[in-house]
Design a protein around this ligand. Sequence first.
Ligand SMILES: CC(C)(COP(=O)(O)OP(=O)(O)OC[C@H]1O[C@@H](n2cnc3c(N)ncnc32)[C@H](O)[C@@H]1OP(=O)(O)O)[C@@H](O)C(=O)NCCC(=O)NCCS
Length: 149
Amino acid sequence: MLLEISPMSLQDLEAVLEIERSTFSFPWPKNSFYREIINNDYAYYFAARLKGENKVIGYGGIWVLFDEAHITTLAVHSLHRQAGAGSILLSHLLEEALARGARQVFLEVRDSNLAARTLYKKYDFEIIGRRKNYYYHEDALLMVRKFTD
Ligand SMILES: CC(C)(COP(=O)(O)OP(=O)(O)OC[C@H]1O[C@@H](n2cnc3c(N)ncnc32)[C@H](O)[C@@H]1OP(=O)(O)O)[C@@H](O)C(=O)NCCC(=O)NCCS
């Protein structure tokens, strides 16, 4: 899959929200993305498009605070899953974290989210903890990817 990754802009928000609402049971509202893009100096968000097309098909975000980073979101439109877009976005987030000085990258994932867990494992994330009822009635697994020298 040939993708173009670019920093998420306010013009991307309608397409991002469409994916967000069709993907998550508790979708972020528009102003959460707005704040991340406009007001959060530690946040880096990216949108993925099929090469040569304008439509956003996926996105991801990360916070980088000194030597730690935290992946806040990652999603691919359901029609474009299992074709490599999630991997490309995740690699991009990891490269961004590394380039900005992070030594480790954390994230939370639903216990039942096999697709995401498998993806993260493939990218050398390890489970280091469990946050009880993080998603109302479901636990989150806390995962970390450490960058080695
Ligand atoms: C998780 C998600 C981003 C993966 O995106 P994707 O574009 O489908 O991922 P890729 O095609 O790059 O897949 C990469 C690897 O992930 C794993 N994977 C992806 N989908 C999978 C599935 N349905 N079941 C099991 N493993 C899966 C596989 O290991 C795959 O590697 P392979 O193709 O060599 O087998 C996508 O499923 C999604 O948007 N899910 C809903 C939102 C979400 O759960 N986000 C994560 C929140 S923590």
